[in-house]
Ligand binder design. Sequence first.
Ligand code: GLU
Length: 490
Amino acid sequence: MIKTRFAPSPTGFLHVGSLRTALYAYLYAKKHNGSFVLRVEDTDRARLVEGSIEAMVKSLAWGGIEIDEGVTLDPLGNTVQLGDHGPYIQSERLPIYKENMDVLLEKGHAYHCFCGKERLDEVRKMQELNKMPTGYDGHCRELSKEEVDAKIAAGESHVIRLKMPKEGVTKFTDMVRGEVEFKNELIDDQVLMKSDGFPTYHFAVVVDDHLMEITHVIRGEEWISSTPKHIMLYEMFGWEAPQFAHLSLLVNEQKAKLSKRHGDVAVEDFKEKGYLPEALVNFISFLGWNPGDDREIFSLAELEKEFDFDKVAKSAAVFNREKLAWYNKQYIKGMSNIDFARHSLPYLKNAGLVGDDVDMEWLESVVALEKERMEVFTELPESLGYIFATELEYDPELIIWKKATKEESKEKLEFLYEFLKNFAFWKQEVLEDEMKKWIQNNNFGVGDVLWPMRTALSGRKNSPSPFEIAGVLGQEETLKRIKKGIEGLV
Ligand code: GLU
């Protein structure tokens, strides 16, 4: 069975780049009816941020990515662990690492190192001065068993390092990059176990991926230079290594690494801004992958079928915010009006424009005014504010049609007031038909009537048509606003 995993360190929010890593791993597992695992890599104790796991799992779930095995949340929001290869939180696996480390030491593939920070700094300084590659110089590599035992017995602080072979090359076939090769002599004797008894990432990742039966490791390209160390560990243990796929970097339009300094990067931020999860996931799926033709709209279920690594690009993927907005627009257009109204409600409520008692049927017609042109939900309070206003504020001059005088515009509004007052049945389509006939029968210019009407109803230069606005405002409010328009033109 294909098994992939997402292995975040709980150091904060879910970055959109991590969402892509998780998404590709998830899609690949689903495509092959496999299993998607979430493992928490919390061995770097100094960088832990309380609550990050919960936040990350929530962000994944918001995007539709469900976890089959490993760490997830129960319906009450508490972390739980599913599956029989646990625990899935590295800090709960210390005895497992210790046991496996003993095996590695026993086989002679790892060694105790007693070098303190001072000596290591000194070595590095000398290497830099001599323009040599920096790294551990192997000082403790050949200590005898007696020397090691004596130092440990004397309570000397130590780490355990990988005894990296000094000759040969380590090769692997990356699912994105093809053949990758590293010279062993350039690879450091990596610390595998820290002095506090915690494993480093490099040791824990190999032990866990093996014991959790991960078949495909999908991760960011920043890990590619670590992969030969991992492959070496698999060989030393006599384990079969998984397949690897290293995903290219995400960059902004200026080709710089996508970071918080250049705008939103957390999945949560996009959620709050009013992006739809389907739109964000569809957009993210295209950062480095495409189906090989011109289709752009894919649901998660469709992605599960279509996604594959043969179409994942090696080059950096540009996070184009305009494209994301385009995706959001497409998904908004595809929503039913009632769904759209339900989605809009919290944004309007937050802005204090509507209360809990709002008539949803009415709200549906109100928000429909913006559905075709809106990019994100956070725009709504601003773009629809005039509908909810009890008193519109605008410059009375706005009402004057550019091809008419003040008096003429005022007169048209007065005629209009008298005409609309008598309507017994108020509906956008009826209004539109009747008004058009009325304009024609009276030989009025269309702009002469509709511009003053529209601006009086919206208080804005740009807005939907006056019929649409009048339709949602209702007769009483429409007449009130027209009256105010007339009174402003003195
Ligand atoms: N904990 C690592 C990270 O957060 C995971 C790297 C990997 O997937 O192997 O980037």
